[in-house]
Design a protein around this ligand. Structure first.
Ligand code: BG6
Length: 473
């Protein structure tokens, strides 16, 4: 067995999203985003107005503290830092005629700070935080007008940051919109939404993603644009061919999004699926051409859990997980939130995507959400002995190494939430992913002070040795 070797220019780093860490929800001319009225997580009902219990309104106050936080990332040796631009900082209502200069300046300064420390920004245009106005005045992404608003937003930030940002992602977990329509500014609790509407919204995002790729290339051909999906390797519950077929159908619903981004056409299996569901997607006159001519440069994805499927899922229990649900896998352990832990699944996903597309890949989220206990560090400060997090990350990164040995071309790895931030699914602070602890609890109490966990020093060494330390005992 050879010891895997990570490529010399491998982009090690961490990933975040504006709505989960920036805070300052009503500063700098920012408009409201859908997250400001979702105090209980992405799948829960929205409130009419922002409410005090919504931890995202203050986040971890990254908006004011980012220089200090970026210095900590730099101390770990980060080569890349993934952020998202809060669309409502740039176009407060989504449909404004002019962008908000204060918002643009904020990200200018943030990118300068990253470059000062030799870090490459990796930027998501839309990470579950479209402007609220698009949900309340329009029907979110069901409405075709939103494509033009997004195009304008994308053009504005591409023009502004063309010399500061090379790597862009269009929609975070673009394949989640059918299960989590709030991703597309669609509030099912407020408007009538059919399955056909959700697919129409997905189509609009796919066209918008292709248009963004086109605009980026026109502005600066060196910019690299990728799609971003939730990846979930899926196992068959039994060797029954019917179960295997169920796995294939499930996987296809997700592959559809990368297939369209990478190949530029709706795959036959998706057309059939939609036809049989009685759904006819309305294509604009140019849509097919736009999709075909503007495919992505790379494929990026999040990876947290694998799933098990069967043709008769009602006969089984349902496992907890990240947006999509499967059957509990008896071979795997689970996190405190019930997300099943499967490092080998990551190697499988990497190989599957590589075999299917032969495009560079980027793991832009992976990590363990866990409860941490702050303890004295013996030197007058505090720390967290988070061996469980180190074990999780080490096991996953070792499988990444195996995939690289398998021949997969991988640009980099950004662990999710390198600094604790508010959880997406549960909107809690106590579900922590970070190498850096942030003193804030689920009631919003705490000093917001930052403390280095044991994993901070561990990850620093992984980066310093370009992955070689993963193979020391
Ligand atoms: C991903 C999202 O699906 O999962 C992130 O892109 C999210 O926004 C991450 O934070 C982890 O999920 P959670 O619910 O534990 O925060």
């Amino acid at each position: 067995m050879t010891t895997p070797k990570f490529p010399d220019n491998f982009l090690w780093g961490g990933a975040t999203a504006a709505n989960q860490l920036e805070g300052a929800y009503n500063e700098g001319g920012r408009g409201l985003s859908v997250q400001d009225v979702m105090p209980n997580g992405l799948m829960s009902a929205p409130t009419p107005e922002p409410t005090e219990d919504n931890l995202k309104l203050e986040g971890i106050d990254f908006y004011h503290r980012y220089p200090e936080d970026i210095a900590l990332m730099a101390e770990m040796g980060f080569k890349v830092f993934r952020i998202s631009i809060a669309w409502s900082r740039i176009f407060p209502n989504g449909d404004d005629a002019q962008p908000n200069e204060e918002g643009l300046q904020f990200y200018d300064d943030l990118f300068d700070e990253l470059h000062k420390h030799g870090m490459e920004p990796l930027v998501t245009l839309s990470h579950y935080e479209p402007p609220l106005n698009l949900a309340r005045k329009y029907r979110g992404w069901i409405d075709r007008d939103v494509i033009a608003f997004f195009e304008k937003y994308a053009r504005t930030v591409f023009e502004r940051y063309q010399n500061k940002v090379k790597y862009w992602l269009t929609f975070n977990e673009v394949n989640s919109i059918i299960s989590a329509p709030a991703n597309g500014a669609i509030f099912e609790d407020e408007i009538e939404v059919s399955l056909a509407d959700k697919w129409q919204a997905a189509h609009h995002q796919l066209v918008a993603s292709a248009l963004a790729t086109k605009i980026a290339k026109e502005i600066n051909p060196d910019m690299q644009v990728g799609c971003m999906v939730i990846s979930m390797p899926t196992y068959s519950m039994t060797p029954d061919p019917k179960d295997q077929l169920a796995v294939r159908d499930f996987m296809n619903e997700n592959y559809a999004f990368t297939d369209i981004h990478a190949r530029g056409v709706y795959p036959g299996y998706l057309k059939r699926h939609l036809r049989e569901a009685g759904i006819e997607i309305k294509f604009g006159e140019q849509d097919a051409r736009i999709l075909k001519e503007n495919t992505v440069d790379f494929i990026s994805f999040s990876y947290y859990v694998s799933l098990v499927q069967a043709h008769n899922p009602k006969n089984y229990q349902t496992a907890a997980g990240n947006i999509f649900r499967g059957i509990p896998n008896p071979y795997l352990e689970a996190s405190e939130w019930g997300w099943q832990i499967d490092p080998i699944g990551l190697r499988l996903v990497l190989n599957d995507f590589w075999d299917r597309y032969q495009l560079p890949l980027f793991i832009v989220e992976n990590g363990l959400g866990a409860k941490d206990e702050l303890i004295a560090d013996g030197a007058g400060s505090f720390t967290v002995a988070d061996d469980y997090r180190i074990d999780y990350l080490k096991a996953h990164l070792q499988q990444v190494g195996e995939a690289i040995e398998d021949g997969v071309e991988l640009l980099g790895y950004t662990s999710w939430g390198p600094i604790d931030l508010v959880s997406m699914s549960t909107a809690q602070m106590s579900k922590r992913y970070g190498f850096i602890y942030v003193d804030r609890d689920d009631n919003g109490q705490g000093s917001l002070n930052r403390y280095k966990k044991h994993s901070f020093h561990w990850y620093k060494e992984v980066i310093e040795t370009n992955g070689a330390s993963l193979y020391n005992n």
